[in-house]
Structures are given as C-alpha cells and as structure tokens.
Ligand binder design. Structure first.
Ligand code: ADP
Ligand code: MG
Length: 238
C-alpha cells in the first residue's frame, strides 16, 4: 500500500499547457475516482503518476519519496488501460507472466504469482486459452491479472470499462470494488461516467480544463458541490 501525493503538477506539450498546477493527496488504501469531461487532462495526470509522461513542473511522491525521476517499472505502480491490448499469440497465463519478465523472478515464483492472480480473478480454468477465445469481461479480467501479478502498491485504471456493454460494466464495477476490498491497494480510477464515480469512490476528484475543481466524498459533492460545473457533473439538485 502507499500514499500518493501530487504537488503543483503542470504538464505542457510544447507551448500548450494542459494541466495547470494541480495538487491532491490519495491516502493509503483509498479508492479515488478522477472524473471530468473528455480532454480535461485525466489520462495525462494518470500517465504522469505512472511515469509514462514527463512532468513539466511539480512533484509526485509515493510514501513521501519523490518519484519524478524513478523509472515506471520501479514505481510499484500498475496501470490498466481502456484499450487493454492483450498479446493475441500468448495464452492467458503467458500474458500475465509477461508483465513479470523484467522482475527477474524464477519460473516457480512466476507460476505461483500467475496462479494466485488467476484465483483472485476467477481465471483458473482459462489459463491456457488465447485472448481470441475469451469474452470481453474475461479479457478485462486478464488485463487486471497482468496488473495484479506485480503486487503493485498503486493501481491506476484509465476508463477500464468504457469498451464493455452496459450489463458487463455493472458487473465489472462490482468485481473491481471487491478486488479493492480484498487487496486494499491504493487506487486511482479515471472515468467520465458519473454513476461509476458516485457508486465506487471513497473520494472523487473533479477535473475541468486541466484544473481540479473539487475533491470530496460522493456525498460531499452531492450535498455541497463547489460550483455549478460540479453540480451539473455529479447530477446534484443544487
Ligand atoms: P482526458 O483523459 O481527460 O480525456 P487527456 O489527458 O487525454 O484528457 O488530454 C488532455 C489534453 O491534452 C487534451 O487537450 C489533449 O488533446 C492534449 N494532449 C494529450 N496528449 C497530447 C500529446 N501527446 N500532445 C499534445 N497534446 C496532447
Ligand atoms: Mg483519457
């Protein structure tokens, strides 16, 4: 587990500034949802936390240690994307084992970790299948399995359910929450879906145009939205 602190994070692409000095603190074991309209900077922020994107200004710390210059693979962070491309020529087990390649684990340890992740996600019977032989929900579970095998301290999800149909989305929300309740891994989950935010989050961070508008529990935001934008976004009556 880990506490993630972002301080005055700014991101510029050339002359274009897309994140304007935002700060937030995600506590150990917390499930925080980052919401906001398309293009407001959610993915950019997540990618900076993961180390996949250079930070123009500001610092990101994990458990008090600044990680700005720490390589992605050394951050103990696992990220699940919207387009969770699995390797089509690898089995489920191989897909999951692949994310341990860089860790230098032996064969037995790798097998144990993959087996354990498969148990957690109910994938035991599918380990020898290829992605093409799986349903959308099963593929999403394998994508989560690839993240879990690395025992990350922090989980980042970037709109992981947006390619799934409505029914499956509801089911996967429950699965992700129950996974979080079991593993208690600090989680930052990006979505533009208000229902997802209101039903899954311990706290919600509302972004707009590269700025954080408000941070609070779903109830806080519903009862006391900071402004009309938040009220409109959360769907509160104010
Ligand atoms: P969100 O995930 O909230 O939809 P993004 O973080 O993907 O938003 O994008 C925020 C802004 O940064 C957008 O205006 C987008 O066009 C811009 N942007 C994202 N990536 C790049 C890039 N590699 N080069 C230039 N602009 C980018
Ligand atoms: Mg995005």
């Amino acid at each position: 587990m880990a506490r993630v602190e972002i301080e005055n994070i700014t991101k510029r692409y050339g002359h274009l500034e897309v994140v304007h000095g935002v700060s937030a603190c995600i506590e150990d074991g917390e499930f925080v949802i980052l919401v906001g309209p398309s293009g407001c900077g959610k993915s950019t922020l997540l990618r900076m936390i993961a180390g996949l994107e250079h930070i123009s200004d500001g610092t990101i710390s994990i458990d008090g240690e600044v990680v700005n210059d720490v390589a992605p693979k050394d951050r103990n962070i696992a990220m699940v994307f919207q387009n969770y491309a699995l390797y089509p020529h690898m089995t489920v087990a191989q897909n999951m084992a692949f994310s341990l390649k860089l860790s230098g684990l032996g064969k037995d340890e790798t097998r144990d970790k993959v087996g354990n992740a498969a148990r957690i996600l109910g994938l035991e019977k599918l380990l020898d299948r290829y992605p093409g032989q799986l349903s959308g929900g099963q593929r999403q579970r394998v994508a989560m399995g690839r993240a879990i095998v690395r025992d990350p301290e922090v989980f980042l999800f970037d709109e992981p359910l947006s390619n799934l149909d409505a029914k499956l989305r509801v089911q996967m929300r429950a699965e992700i929450k129950s996974l979080h309740q079991r593993l208690k891994t600090t989680t930052i989950y990006v979505t533009h879906d208000q229902v997802e935010a209101m039903t899954m989050a311990d706290r919600i961070v509302v972004m707009r145009d590269g700025l954080i508008e408000q941070v609070g529990s779903p109830l806080d935001l519903y009862d006391e939205p900071a402004n009309l934008f938040v009220a409109g976004f959360i769907g509160s009556p104010t």
